[in-house]
Write a protein that binds this ligand. Sequence first.
Ligand code: UDP
Ligand code: MG
Length: 324
Amino acid sequence: MNKYHKPKVSVVMPAYNEQDNIEWFSKEIASQLKKAGVDYEIYYVDDGSSDNTAKIVTDLAKNDAHIKLIRLARNFGKEAATSAGLHYATGDAVIVLDADGQHPADLIPRFIEEWKGGAQQVIGIRTSNEKAGFVKTVGSKVFYMLSNALGAHVRRNATDFRLLDREVVDTFKDYTERKRMTRALLDWSGYETIFIDFEAKPRLHGVAAYSVRSLIRLALNGYISSTLKPLYIISLFGAVITVLSLFAAAFIIIEQVLLNDPLGLGITGTAVIGIFVMFLVGILMIAQGIAAIYIANIHLEVQNRPLYIVNRARSIISKDNRNE
Ligand code: UDP
Ligand code: MG
């Protein structure tokens, strides 16, 4: 950030059928941005809404050059819409938030303060979401539990409500993978981050578009794109089963064949076949696991994430050296 020019902050909002939330919320955001004393632009990404969302934004934009509209050709989902906004935003920093007004705009000046103080990413942590139903509450608990177990490292209650420095946005633009959970990708990048708690507000108009089914799909995308552990678990199981069956076989051979059944177990042929089947299943699972490891490698190559990310703002390299 150049000290001598007024910094410009872009706000990016994915919007799907938010017609009743556009006017009041964009006003509130603009007044907060003015309060923070920055130049600004407000990007609405209309994610194929079937209501008047695009028309209302278009009308607003006619009278206010700060308002911009990216109109996706159909509904691509929030993750894609957010990515589109990040690709088009031009600010020195970009703030992403939901268009429905659930993310409190009055935190914007604080986000910007932290950014000016040197934070490269400011992330809103949701402390409560009263309106969330039982299924979503339990579902999110399970999601974070599994994330930890699988090593996907999604920070608990970290939301999409966040400010990103230009450098973080530029790095984000390099990601080509398709199945994505925007915030998991951003978390993977690293960068110096500050967390700010907030309480999610109730939705004033419209309905939450995310059904439980689409949330499960998003969670799966999050896992698949950020962890390979499930692939390795199969072969681990296989190995355990094989080893157990070998122990059982050794026991039978010693007890039954060599020592002539001193324990009087009278092990039957069926039991021997059972152990043999167990052995074979174990071998099959190991084989499957080996194939899975190759698939994991293909997955990583296709994902094509950057090999490393240089935190340029924190490095000592000449400005024009973009050796990446
Ligand atoms: N959204 C979107 N495309 C979709 C679904 C949702 O751009 O297909 C937007 C929506 O307009 C809102 C944000 O994503 O600004 C969060 O959606 P929602 O309020 O439905 O989810 P929740 O608040 O339950 O997380
Ligand atoms: Mg919402």
